[in-house]
Ligand binder design. Structure first.
Ligand code: SAM
Ligand code: TMP
Ligand code: ZN
Length: 405
């Protein structure tokens, strides 16, 4: 039996992707021999309903000095975090001498605007590669994993925080008890813990199974987050749906009884109940849709290639590791992947070993089709690469369904 990392209940597996590589472990050709694999499978806790991975990858294998994901690579995300910072500055950080701590601050994409406003802040970011990028802009960052001890040390040095914020990071951290103890040590009595992560409701609705990979340990719902919060002395006081990264929810937690609950919480809980989101039937139905998507995508790709068409990929995302390795997409179907990240270029994608090429080299003569792995950035990328479509090229999408556009 696998025990739930939140409540120790029994986790029932519903989907097994088999042997998978680490989603951000891009390789040099000489490193292929010693590539690391683990079993990627997901289950739901029979007690608290938290959906989670069945197997955990040691954090140091994923987050280190060569971590290649730089948040500022998307203009839409830069804008998203700029407005998030502005909202904090107008609300939670509007009092005297405010202080905000961000868990997983990456290259400073959010804290940049906080720093510009002259507000006290600290990023906690274990990956040296991205932490250094933030520090070079004058942002305060400590290169550590956030946990209870880190939080106590921050509290001792800087005093209590008005806000602890985490974007696309809390769902990466299996050891939630230590996180809550840390947040509790750090927050002012009426401070808030705000985090945003991919929403299970969207993943099920869009069959976006590629959100499942080593780094994404939890798949939250309002129901599972509320149960988790209560366990550790917090209330879920607000939720807001966000359009970024294929559909997320921003959760606001406060200490039990410290804040009034917004009506949005009851609304989202009711919607989840109505849709039966956290039920065995829903998650096994999702698993069936995932298999169907894989089969449809592979039939399409194989058909095009046997008709002599040339296909490349766009966006060497962490998500694409699950798609390529689960579906079995090799370089004879998709000859390479274009991406703007220098740390990924010239290397091979994990497991499938598709060569990553600089996005600037995506020029005429164009391939016939592009499989868009970075579908969450579709608008931004399709606008940028308008010439491809004008030249007769077509995009292949696999979420919410397999289609050519
Ligand atoms: N917040 C950024 C965003 O939304 O684009 C970065 C998200 S990135 C997918 C996740 C980040 O969390 C990485 O930079 C990683 O190094 C960091 N991280 C992972 N585990 C962490 C932990 N225990 N404490 C603090 N940061 C962590
Ligand atoms: P993400 O989906 O995890 O944010 O990763 C997006 C990947 O796609 C990342 O490696 C950067 C790349 N990318 C491009 O190559 N061009 C673009 O215009 C954007 C927005 C992202
Ligand atoms: Zn549980």
């Amino acid at each position: 039996m696998v025990a739930c990392r939140v409540c120790s209940g029994s986790v029932d597996e519903f989907l097994d992707f088999g042997r998978q590589p680490l989603s951000d472990a891009f390789l040099d050709p000489g490193e292929v021999e010693k590539e690391f694999f683990f079993r990627l499978a997901v289950g739901m806790c029979g007690n608290c309903t938290m959906v989670q991975l069945m197997e955990e990858v040691p954090r140091e294998r994923m987050f280190h000095d060569s971590y290649p994901y730089f948040s500022s690579g998307s203009s839409v995300m830069r804008q998203h975090f700029e407005s998030t910072a502005e909202e904090f500055l107008r609300t939670e950080l509007a009092g005297p001498d405010p202080f905000i701590v961000e868990i997983g601050s990456n290259d400073g994409v959010m804290l940049r605007a906080i720093d510009r406003a002259g507000v006290r802040h600290l990023g906690v970011e274990p990956s040296g590669s991205v932490a250094e990028r933030a520090r070079a802009q004058g942002i305060a960052v400590c290169t550590e994993f956030f946990e209870a001890d880190t939080a106590a040390a921050i509290r001792a040095e800087h005093g209590p925080a008005d806000v602890v914020y985490a974007a696309n990071t809390f769902c990466h951290i299996p050891y939630v008890e230590s996180i809550f103890r840390g947040v509790d040590a750090l927050l002012k009595p009426d401070g808030v813990f705000v985090f945003e992560d991919p929403y299970l409701g969207e993943i099920v609705e869009r069959t976006s199974f590629d959100q499942i990979y080593d780094e994404h340990f939890y798949f939250f719902t309002a129901r599972s987050v509320r149960a988790m919060a209560r366990r550790f002395g917090f209330d879920l006081v607000d939720v807001r749906r966000l359009p970024v990264h294929g559909g997320e929810v921003r959760y606001t937690l406060a200490r039990t009884g410290a804040r009034r609950e917004s009506p949005a919480v009851a609304e989202l809980l009711a919607e989840e109940e109505r849709k039966g989101l956290a039920t065995r039937a829903t998650v096994t139905g999702f698993a069936t849709s995932v298999e169907r998507t894989r089969d449809e995508l592979m039939t399409l790709l194989r058909g095009l290639v046997s008709d002599g068409r040339r296909i490349v990929g766009y966006g060497a995302t962490a998500k694409s590791a699950t798609v390529t390795n689960y579906c079995g997409i090799s370089a004879d179907l998709v000859s390479g992947v274009f991406d703007t990240t220098p740390a990924k270029q010239g290397r091979l994608t994990p497991g499938a070993h598709l060569p990553v090429r600089p996005a600037e080299e995506f020029t005429a003569p164009y391939p016939d089709y592009v499989l868009l792995f970075a579908w969450n950035h579709a608008e931004e990328i399709m606008a940028k690469e308008r010439a491809f479509r004008e030249a007769g090229g077509r995009w292949i999408l696999y979420t919410p369904k397999v289609q050519v556009v």
